[in-house]
Design a protein around this ligand. Sequence first.
Ligand SMILES: [Zn+2]
Length: 466
Amino acid sequence: MCRADKQSTTGTDIPVVSRADDAGPCKAVGSAQGPPAESDIAPNQSVGVAPARGPLRLLRIPSLLLVAVIAVILLCRCDDIKMRVKSGTPPPTPGASVVRVLLTSPAAREVEVSTTGAYWLKVDGKVVAQSVSSMPAVTVRYRGGTWQIGSRVVRGREALLLPASDSMVYLGGRCYRGSLRLLADKGDSFLAINHVEMESYLAGVLPKELYANWAPATYEALAVAARTFATYHCSTTGKRHQYDLGDNQASQCYGGYSAETPKSRAAVEATRGVVLSHGPRGQERIFLAQYSACCGGRVNGAYVIRNANRIEPLEGGQVCNDCRACSRYRWPAVRVSKSDILRALAARYASARKLTRIDRIKVISAAPHGRAVWVDVVGNGESVRVRAEDIRLSLIYAGIPAARGLNSMNCRMVDLGDSIEFADGRGFGHGVGLCQWGAQGKALKGWTAEQILLFYYPGATLYRVN
Ligand SMILES: [Zn+2]
């Protein structure tokens, strides 16, 4: 479950593309190796930004001089936009106006689709069916290079179900805005990818990430963080892939239109287009604004989960006691056998296969607050260096039952001979960036979304993407 129980993922390497119909190789989500370094996409260059305004007053204006400077910059930018419009070309394309969300992981072999109203069905760009009425539920299969869509059989690689603007598409029992792209994968399997406008996408993310009764300020803060997270992927790794994000904990949980609530729509609208950025004035860049369920009392730096330039908003170290209401703020010790740890690591990392046993786990580096960052797993005269977080992720992916209670690596590893005890456990997830439970605790104390964001991402600037 995603809702405020976001498991840690290094979140990264999640593929994206800025256009719906681009083609390219697919890539799995949730790599433990982390994403590339901070985005090279300057929000005021590639995605077009303007200072955030509106009901939240998310951008603080420190001085009249700054106002004047920004005004000049904006005037120049507005001129550019006007020129483009006057010339008949579209306005600057936002970096992430359309998000491509993978809905099938692993790839599907059969799905059921339908629409709520008028639609077009294309295969390899050619219209093969259209109707002013809704499409009844039909089964889709892909066999030997041919799509079987209900009774219709069409040869091709890519099917696009494009509802009219007042219509939506169903995949299984879940309804989505935007279009549904079905893309042949390996063998007779295929991917289902929802192409959806960014703000609508976010309205389907927030209810899957937060509890329904949580405060509007929590929703608004996460809307900005999630928009930044998605924009980052759309602007970086997604450029090389067929989809930008998955729909689960490996990226951001997303439930489409079916998940939307009035509260999620309101939070998205109140923060429309606002993203986090960092850097010298005029050179700000969107960064990977990760977040997790509960930091356990201290925010972690991004370096605990991935390689990246260390920047102030993701340096961590903040004391966060507002997540105490989370049931996993503290959790009981967990014992996992060394053989299970070895099995999990070997399944995930080829380098770990040279180990035939684990003698000890040696902490090589730790965060200032003591949390292990890098460890050496030592056995049979060999040693493998991994992030402490990778031990936890490996155990999760391997489905080791004894590791179910290992909610984070904010803990102490105690060698008990045949097993490792993870003691003094705190928090749930990787603890990097915004702490969802902590944000809610702060919102209950009256903090605004802006205050919450600038606490968890200190030094960040809020921008409104056009
Ligand atoms: Zn916290």
